[in-house]
Write a protein that binds this ligand. Sequence first.
Ligand SMILES: Cc1cc2nc3c(=O)[nH]c(=O)nc-3n(C[C@H](O)[C@H](O)[C@H](O)COP(=O)(O)OP(=O)(O)OC[C@H]3O[C@@H](n4cnc5c(N)ncnc54)[C@H](O)[C@@H]3O)c2cc1C
Length: 416
Amino acid sequence: MNTGCIPTKTLVASAYAIHVAGRGAEYGFAVGDVRVDMKRVKARKDAASARSNKGVEEWLRGTKNCTVIEGHARFQSSNSVVVNDEVLEADKIYINVGGRARVPDMPGIHDVPFLDNSSMMDIDFLPKHLVIVGGSYVGLEFAQIYRRFGSEVTVVEMGPRLIWREDEDISQAVREIVEAEGIQIRLNAKCISLAKHGDGVAVRMECSDDPKEVAGTHVLLAVGRVPNTSDLDLERAGVTTDQHGYIVVDDELQTNVPGIWALGDCNGRGAFTHTSYNDYEIVADNLFNADHRRVSDRIQAYGLYIDPPLGRCGMTDAEVRKSGRRALAVKYPMSKVSRAYEKGEMQGLMKICVDAETKQILGAAILGVGGDEVIHVLLDMMYAKAPYTVVQRAMHIHPTVSEFLPTILAKLEPFV
Ligand SMILES: Cc1cc2nc3c(=O)[nH]c(=O)nc-3n(C[C@H](O)[C@H](O)[C@H](O)COP(=O)(O)OP(=O)(O)OC[C@H]3O[C@@H](n4cnc5c(N)ncnc54)[C@H](O)[C@@H]3O)c2cc1C
């Protein structure tokens, strides 16, 4: 609530409003000089975080039999933790400590100031030139936010393309969207190092193509996350972690120690608020509702909140290919979707892949206006294990992006 989804999506909303205001002439209105007021942007963001904080804290403190203690907890044994010099014993312990930004051991890291997703939340000024190391989900969201606020923005990525976990066509479409707004992209930066540069920071990319150095006023590191497990004294409880520090859990989120579960980002089985919450549902249902739920039952789903957003569910093309299934696939540009045209937001594409035999949806990506919402039509079909033909028989509301799904599915062709 302080440094993840809620504040970033609040900033995305401010950036979107500024962006649309700047396109006033296209929509038929005139505004004066559109300029960001970072103090007010931050105040709005802080208010959104505070609202959520307050709601959750009040709910927790008001929950019967629940005591909230603020402090850093450490294990003392397999059934006790110490917090603020108080020893708490329990027969069931749930570890839900989340993660933090990874700080890579790159040359120069100790010589210059750098920002991460937490310290970005304290900014109430506009960086003149923000250099972002990392061209994946977190980095791209901040890149577009700050570009729209008015910063010069350069993204330095070590891989050959942005968001490498996505299919190449999605990576490419995302690149086109952010580049069209003036964000500079530097790929293949294999040897990144940081150095002082006047009052700012230089990000060096020695073994990449020219130019080999980008000098900015501020640098944001967005190069992944690490679990908050190194300061828990897990060894006293005997809880096992993997080589990256994630707590090893089974399909029902139990650790190797009976009576200890690990939920959320710290177990490495998800990296989102909805996967953390789903972890809770799995554990609670298994323990208290005599249900049998497993992590492997859930379908991968997430959003990338650039504008337009990317909604994703199920397999990527690469995963479908690896599975060896016979599949059908379709790709459709958002420029042909009337709802997108009416809104003046025609960037992106939709793609869907289905199993040729069962006709069930295997995976989908909707990069376009409303993509984060529309994807749920397909996600729910996947949970229902229903054939895609059900979508074609449904009457959708006009005009929406979702109403195009039956049209798109009529164009399925053998997947290659
Ligand atoms: C910039 C950014 C944007 C994001 N946007 C999205 C998004 O749009 N959608 C989405 O689904 N996810 C998003 N995420 C990911 C999301 O924030 C996390 O997946 C989610 O917060 C994980 O929840 P959690 O409960 O596992 O851990 P957290 O939310 O990290 O909570 C863990 C808590 O445990 C506390 N803690 C840690 N160690 C101890 C200890 N030893 N003793 C006591 N307390 C401790 C921490 O202080 C923290 O309060 C984003 C993340 C980032 C960084």
